[in-house]
Design a protein around this ligand. Structure first.
Ligand code: NAD
Ligand code: MN
Length: 480
């Protein structure tokens, strides 16, 4: 008999000894200040629903003050020598590395992602972005072909989501500062703590006051910021719905706009692919960060001849994923970021069942009694017209479909309003290049998935957004 052993693993919790204040202010003109309106809101730990801290909600007067501080700082910062700007960015990168553990713990407590991801993926990439852009400061003449006299744009309004809180802040801040711009950043309302900790790091690094300002608050604060008349450039990462509203609000103004929006990315598995590796790629594609990933491989296309075997092996692999305490070093899938997001995911799973697809869920681990949780899930027998095949769920839910020929795979993969990323799994190099060129996606990963690098441009086609972030292409958005 081939009976598998079952173990109860001992918990391996990361320490929580990180200092967190009871209340935080706004970071404006190099100082932490109270909001003018004195309005506050709480941020919670989504793995136990406990309140962690109270944050200031920035209103009109606060946003005005932050934009004014950024404008004043721009006069000097834009004329600061490139080598000096590089020194600041390099110093920030080093300090992030030194305080990496603290930042990773804070990210996990506030947002729910597994500590092994915040420790090994998010925070190292945050440091990498500052290092990479430190190197660009005195080489901007070579960044944009044809532009030998690049200048900064001015004051940038940057609004970011909750799925990679500090990483999205780094993606926005590092290129803006490298090019000589100043910034007002608004983190997402459920995950502001690491941005506020970064403000402390900027103070430690003696970044001149007003170069970076951080205002906390919800959508209304974000709206005030992007619509502010004193802003020269808007950089937004978030939902396609809000992105469209921002595009409308900025139309007809002088503002430059870049948008990194949603996705429903295809992951395509050919029968000749290395199956074990492809299974790992599917896992990384949809269950990394609870599926709260704009470029998640949420539509899986498997060549029909291997569908049944592939699905059986995927189910087995999924059953081994450990869902639970995000601070446990062995946890694979942490908490869903908010109750609102969990409701949305549950709604889609209900839809999938009603649409006639078959649901498969991992039953491996016991779920904690409080907090927001969702088991890794995939649906088979999904119709291409189903909502779970077309709309972004932003959770650990995968739709599995099939194809017979490469032509059919490309056609089905491109049949989406989005075009952020794609994965292609095959043993044949020639097939990779042919198919990658015909996929309407900003990023195509071949025999891998969810790989990020500061030197590699990231961004989408169609409703996935405008512009690129990272590398040479990302710098163009911060220069005139
Ligand atoms: P969201 O659009 O609701 O919120 C994103 C940010 O915008 C938050 O800080 C929010 O407070 C702010 N905001 C809300 N309404 C606003 C308004 N009217 N004006 C200005 N700012 C406003 O999205 P979310 O639920 O926080 O994040 C999930 C979405 O983000 C997903 O659709 C995902 O695909 C997308 N995303 C995209 C990328 C990318 O690079 N393409 C990366 C991460 C997340
Ligand atoms: Mn939180």
């Amino acid at each position: 008999m081939n009976k598998e052993a079952t173990w109860e693993y001992a918990p391996a919790p990361e320490t929580t000894s990180v200092s967190i204040d009871d209340r935080y202010g706004l970071f404006i003109d190099g100082k932490f200040v109270a909001s003018r309106g004195r309005t506050r809101f709480d941020t919670i730990n989504p793995s136990n629903e406990k309140t962690i801290s109270s944050l200031a909600e920035a209103g009109k007067a606060d946003v005005d003050a932050a934009v004014a501080a950024a404008r004043t700082a721009f006069r000097k910062w834009s004329r600061t020598s490139p080598l000096t700007r590089a020194k600041y960015l390099y110093r920030i990168a080093r300090r992030i590395q030194e305080r990496a553990r603290e930042l990773a713990i804070l990210e996990t407590i506030d947002g729910g992602k597994p500590i092994k991801e915040s420790r090994d993926v998010d925070i190292p990439l945050v440091a990498q972005h500052f290092f990479h852009h430190a190197g660009w400061c005195d080489k901007l003449r070579w960044a944009v072909p044809g532009n030998t006299d690049p200048r900064p744009i001015g004051v940038c309004a940057q609004v970011i989501p909750w799925n990679f809180p500090l990483l999205m802040a780094a993606w926005k801040l590092a290129p803006a500062l490298a090019c000589g711009n100043t910034v007002v950043l608004k983190p997402a309302e459920t995950t502001s703590l690491t941005a506020l900790r970064l403000a402390e790091i900027l103070e430690e690094c003696e970044l001149p006051q007003g170069v970076v300002n951080i205002v906390t608050g919800a959508g209304e604060t974000g709206r005030r910021l992007v619509e502010h008349k004193g802003v020269d450039k808007v950089a937004f990462t978030g939902s396609t719905e809000v992105g469209k509203r921002i595009a409308l609000a900025c139309a007809g103004t002088r503002k430059r706009v870049t948008l990194e929006l949603g996705g429903k990315s295809p992951n395509i598995i050919f029968a000749d692919a290395a199956i074990d590796q492809a299974i790992e790629g599917v896992v990384a594609g949809i269950w990394f960060n609870q599926g709260h990933v704009c470029c998640a491989g949420s539509r899986l296309f498997v060549e029909e001849s291997i569908h049944d075997t592939f699905v059986r092996r995927l189910e087995h692999r999924m059953s081994k994923l450990r869902v639970g305490d995000p601070l446990d070093k062995n946890t694979d899938v942490g908490a869903i970021n908010s109750r609102e997001q969990l409701d949305r995911i549950n709604h889609y799973m209900q839809c999938g069942v009603e649409e006639g697809a078959t649901i498969n869920q991992s039953n491996g681990s016991k779920m904690p009694s409080s907090g927001f949780w969702c088991r890794p899930t995939f649906f088979t027998g999904v119709q291409p017209t189903a909502r779970i095949a077309r709309e972004e769920i932003f959770g650990p839910v995968l739709s599995v479909m099939t194809f017979r020929t490469p032509e059919e795979a490309i056609e089905r993969a491109n049949d989406s309003p989005y075009g952020l990323s794609a994965g292609v799994w095959t043993d044949k190099g020639s097939k990779v290049f042919d198919i990658a060129a015909r996929l309407k996606a900003g990023i195509v990963w071949c025999n891998t998935y969810n790989k990020f690098d500061a030197s590699s441009p990231f961004g989408g086609f169609k409703e996935s957004g405008w512009g690129r972030e990272g590398g040479r292409h990302g710098l163009a958005a911060y220069l005139t």
